[in-house]
Design a protein around this ligand. Structure first.
Ligand code: NAD
Ligand code: UDP
Length: 312
């Protein structure tokens, strides 16, 4: 098949491209390189099944493809809050353009949505039926509300134009290739510990997240895309940790003498988050296989290589 991956030079997009290229598909990677990097897709640049297009999805584009994995959107709060109006445009106009493309060429369309549609959840764990608790005017709204309208657009194109959609709600995912300046918690803690700097826990560190390793997530993507179920489906690892526990785990793995310091908690920071993955288990026969300790080890190895750090 000929498959378009928007945001393909980013963290998750590049792992997805690895899987699709290895399976023998033709892949078109479309990216504006805001948080993506050519290094992530370097290994495919000379492959005749691979094409790279520098393009911003807020502008329309005409391509002929069979499937679209739509991932383009900065995912780290630091990056999506840098230019919030652009984040809204990417989610609204960008998703509209990609759905328009899917409609024109009758391609199956996969939307990378997020657990952020649940906001600061008052139901725990979060199942797909939960409608969320999002602040529409807060600092995270450009992303949370952006993804909520992206889901709305996907379902309206499905009902109105019969576009064949799949919607995944991704919970916090980590792994090799996260940028050193990504700003999300796993990469921040690893980079800080490797540089011998204090690990910055925001607030008292009692807020929780559930961390999924990238290869597990991508397996879930492929299964959903190739199933008959439209979604939305939660894909994430139900293992739930406080941010302080994560800081301690990273510290103990890299540098037991590293200091842990506390910084102010950003506004609207969700108190807790954990996926109910019953749907993924029953409909896709999917569940995560990489425990946090193992995934962290692999991620730390990748950062060490890129940062040229000798083991501390
Ligand atoms: P990332 O920031 O590494 O990748 C996003 C990619 O999209 C980058 O390559 C970036 O350059 C590109 N991009 C951004 N705006 C664009 C635009 N207007 N036009 C073209 N390209 C653009 O993030 P990621 O972690 O790989 O996330 C990928 C997708 O998965 C995003 O849609 C994100 O919302 C979603 N998601 C990720 C997580 C996670 O934990 N990693 C969690 C929930 C949802
Ligand atoms: N966080 C932290 N220190 C950091 C970066 C993040 O304590 O250096 C916290 C952040 O406040 C949040 C959690 O870690 O409670 C996860 O943050 P991240 O930005 O990775 O993802 P999200 O908040 O979007 O789930």
């Amino acid at each position: 098949m000929r498959i378009l991956v928007t945001g393909g030079a980013g963290f998750l997009g590049s792992h997805l491209i690895d899987r699709l290229m290895t399976a023998g598909h033709e892949v078109i990677c479309l990216d504006n390189f805001y948080t993506g990097n050519k290094r992530n897709i370097q290994q495919w640049l000379d492959n005749h099944n691979f094409e790279l297009i520098r393009h911003d999805i807020t502008e329309p584009i005409r391509l002929e493809v069979d499937q679209i994995y739509h991932l383009a959107c900065p995912a780290s709060p630091v990056h999506y809050q840098y230019n919030p109006v652009k984040t809204v445009k990417t989610n609204v106009m960008g998703t509209l353009n990609m759905l328009g493309l899917a409609k024109r060429v009758k391609a199956r369309f996969f939307l990378a949505s997020t657990s952020e549609v649940y906001g600061d959840p008052d139901v725990h764990p979060q199942s797909e039926e939960y409608r969320g608790n999002v602040n529409p005017i807060g600092l995270r709204a450009c992303y949370d509300e952006g993804k909520r309208i992206a889901e709305t657009l996907a379902f309206d194109y499905y009902r109105q134009n019969k576009v064949d959609i799949r919607v995944v709600r991704i919970f916090n995912t980590y792994g090799p290739r996260m940028l050193e300046n990504d700003g999300r918690v796993v990469s921040n803690f690893i980079v800080q510990a490797l540089q011998g700097k204090p690990l910055t826990v925001y607030g008292d560190g009692s807020q929780t997240r559930s961390f999924c390793y990238a290869s597990d997530l991508i397996e879930g993507f492929i299964r959903l895309m190739n199933s008959d179920y439209v979604g939305p489906v939660n894909i994430g690892n139900p293992g739930e940790y406080t941010i302080l526990q994560l800081a301690e785990a990273v510290r103990d793995m890299i540098n037991p003498n590293a200091e842990i310091i506390h910084e102010p908690l950003p506004s609207d920071d969700p108190r807790r988050r954990r996926p109910d993955i019953t749907k993924a288990k029953t409909l896709l026969d999917w569940e995560p296989t990489v425990p946090l300790a193992e995934g962290l080890k692999l991620t730390v190895e990748d950062f060490r290589k890129r940062m040229g750090n000798a083991p501390i």
